[in-house]
Every structure is written in C-alpha cells, then in structure tokens.
Design a protein around this ligand. Structure first.
Ligand SMILES: Cc1ncc(COP(=O)(O)O)c(C=O)c1O
Length: 399
C-alpha cells in the first residue's frame, strides 16, 4: 500500500493562536471551579449595546437577509463604513473601496494576500499581534521583526525601519493603538513613518481596530490622515469588535485602493462570500446609531487602566509604560527573570506566566506570543473587583 500524502507543509508551519490558547486554558480552569483571574482575553467584557441587538432581531424578520448578498458586503454597510473612515481616519473613500469581512482577522489575512508576493519582506514592528506573522507567511511573505522595547514605549522609529529595509521590502504593518502594548503613536511619529513609506513605495497595512479606544486626550491619527498621499498604497483594517463589544458577531472590514480591493474581493468571493447578513445589520446599527454606550465602555476601560497600571507599578522589578490605547498593559518583567522564586528557577516570561497561573491562579499572556521574551500582556477588560484581586495576588507573589 502506498503511504498517504502528508498534510500541507505550509499550514503545518502555522502556530495555534497563543492568546486564544491561554484564554482557553484559563476558561477551562474556571469551569473546573478554580478561582482564576484571567487577564488573557482580547475582548471587552461588556454586553453588546441593546439597540444593536434589537437591530439584529429586526433583521431576522426580513427574509432578504436569509439569502446570499454581495460578497463584498451590504451596500448600505459599505456606505456607512466609508462615512466612518472619513470621520475617524480622515480619508474619503467610495463604498466600492470597502470590503466587509468576517472580523478584522479576515481583513488582515486578505490584506496580505492582496499585496504580498512570494519572498516579499514585510516589516513587522514588535511586539506584534500574534496573527500577523502567520498571515504574512500564509501570503508567502517573510515577516521581518523590528523590535521596540519599553524604553521607547514600544514604538519603532523611522531609523529602525530604514535599517531593516532591503530591496525586498514591500510592506509595513502599522498598528496604533497597538495590541499587545497599548502604545499610540503621536501624530508626528505617524507622519514621519508615513512619509518614509511613501518615499520608498512601501505598502502600509494599518490596523485601526482600536482607534476609538484612546485615553488621556490621545488621538490615534490615521496614517492616511497624517500623509494623505499614502492612500494609494495603504490598506486600512478595522471592525466593530472592540469599540462596540461585538467580538462574537464577526464583522470587520478592509479599505484600500481599487486594485487591491478588487483582488481581495475576488479572494473573498471564493473563500467565504458575504458576512452573515444579520451581523452586518447589527454592525450598521452600531456605526450609525448613538455612540454614547461605546463612550461609556471607553470610560470604564480608562478607569481600569489607571487602576492596573498603578498597582502593577508597585511590584519591584516590573516596569510599566503608560498605555494610551486599546485595553492592554504590557509590563516589562525582565527584572523578575533569571532568578529563583520560591525554589523555582525562572528564566523566561513563558515560564513566569506558567508560574503565575500555577501559584496565583492568574492568567496572563507571555511576551513570547508577541515577539521577544521578557514581557507579559494583561488585558484590563474585566470587572474592577476581579482586576484588583488579580494584581494583589501578583503583588503578594513577588512582594
Ligand atoms: C490588532 C488586532 N487586529 C485585528 C483583530 C481582529 O479582531 P476581530 O477579528 O475580532 O474583528 C484583533 C483582535 O484581537 C486585534 O487585536
């Protein structure tokens, strides 16, 4: 008998999402009755606003929503997304430049598929969201990490990007506010990076999914607002998940120049077709309805941010840059490594995260999921009481 052919080599090289893995482990422990405090989730803990749920319920009564609709999205939603893009990213686009995707994740995947050719190098500022290197590899591109540590508030500079640029560099990933660090580039920093990309004909994949979650008066200026000429070589990625507590609804989008949107739309027409119409109607309500509930959630995140940053900073050996966006804090924990804790030798943040889960029943995601070791990601999308309980356990563990 001839042996069966192996499974795909390309897919075998793709790692499981590390953040989903930690989150699943924490949830399993909680389900088993363990009092785990989890900072692992990448999603708001709030319920989706009721008027959005009502719009979905209403959509369920319209049989038009039970049919296939255009693969690139409902025309009315693409229009609303174009209006939102002008409002929040300062870019005027036609609805035909928008594709509604199954979450921002599909937009990320399709963006790289649309602009990367085999062997192209894609500059990836690190720490990075764990999906990027895999999505780049799936497009046969080569991710080139450019690391920025806590000393530079996790923000790369033009000099660093230029040092990493080769004649194979064709794209840059730009994420502000960032997952995992919560860093927000200033308008000047964004402009400098945009001008550099423009000068070298480099595509920019700008992930703006956290753009509405900013604090202390910070504004996440879109790279296409900072450098309008960059619009012809930029793909914006966004979605309703984080701003409107709609992670499970799976609605995101990509916006870009006509040629990139055309090829990405062709891909989506074979891959997944239209996003669930009920969810699209819900997203339409979220984008066009009152924004006060989203604002209340933002304010709650801001309070929790203040709490977790000040409490974490009390732990000796932990450095906590002040995150101005998203709902993550990314402490540098190198001061806790390369030593013994209660008889256990700990060298990496991966070992540290395991130790914390075991000894304090607190779930955090180790820096290894996002680039170099030496960091932890804590999401503060959880209630204030739990949030405090968890950091107090860490203070006792390392006090
Ligand atoms: C930076 C970033 N981009 C995109 C996404 C995708 O979000 P979704 O697919 O839920 O819309 C996430 C989710 O964690 C994210 O953190």
């Amino acid at each position: 008998m001839t042996e069966r052919a192996p499974v795909s080599r390309k897919l075998s090289a793709i790692a499981e999402s590390a953040t989903l893995k930690v989150d699943a482990k924490a949830k399993a422990l909680q389900a088993a009755g363990r009092p785990v405090v989890s900072y692992a989730a990448g999603e708001p803990d709030f319920a989706t606003p009721q008027f959005v749920v009502d719009a979905a319920a209403e959509a369920l009564r319209d049989p038009a929503n039970f049919r296939y609709t255009p693969a690139a999205g409902l025309p009315v939603l693409r229009e609303a997304i174009a209006a939102k893009t002008l409002r929040d990213s300062g870019l005027e686009v036609a609805p035909s430049q928008v594709i509604v995707t199954n979450g921002g994740k599909q937009a990320v995947y399709q963006a790289f598929q649309a602009v990367v050719n085999p062997g192209d190098e894609v500059l990836l500022p690190a720490p990075y969201w764990t999906t990027y290197p895999e999505a780049i590899a799936l497009a046969d591109g080569v991710p080139v990490e450019v690391f920025a540590g806590a000393d530079q508030e996790y923000k790369v500079t033009v000099d660093q990007l230029e040092a990493a640029r080769t004649d194979k560099t064709t794209a840059l990933v730009f994420v502000s506010p960032s997952n995992p660090t919560g860093a927000v580039y200033t308008a000047d920093e964004t402009k400098a990076i945009g001008e550099w990309a423009l000068a070298h004909g480099i595509w920019v994949i700008s992930d703006e999914i956290y753009q509405n979650l900013v604090y202390e008066g910070a504004r996440a200026v879109s790279i296409v607002e900072a450098v309008p000429e960059l619009a012809g070589q930029t793909i914006l990625v966004n979605g309703v998940a984080k701003t409107y507590a709609m992670t499970g609804w799976r609605v995101g989008w990509m916006v870009g120049p006509a040629d990139a949107i055309k090829v990405a739309g062709n891909l989506q027409s074979h891959l997944s077709s239209n996003v669930n119409n009920i969810a699209q109607r819900a997203a339409l309500a979220a984008l066009t309805g009152p924004q006060d509930e989203a604002e209340k959630m933002r304010q709650a995140f801001d309070r929790r941010r203040g709490l977790i940053v000040s409490e974490l900073a009390k732990i000796p050996g932990v450095t906590v840059p002040n995150p101005l966006g998203a709902f993550y804090v990314y402490p540098d924990v190198t001061g806790l490594l390369r030593r013994e804790w209660d008889g256990v030798r700990i060298d990496t943040s991966l070992e540290l995260a395991d130790y914390i889960l075991e000894r304090a029943e607190v779930a955090v995601v180790p820096g290894e999921a996002f680039g170099p070791s030496g960091y932890l990601r804590l999401s503060y999308a959880l209630g204030e009481e739990q949030l405090l309980e968890g950091v107090q356990r860490l203070q006792r563990l390392f006090g």
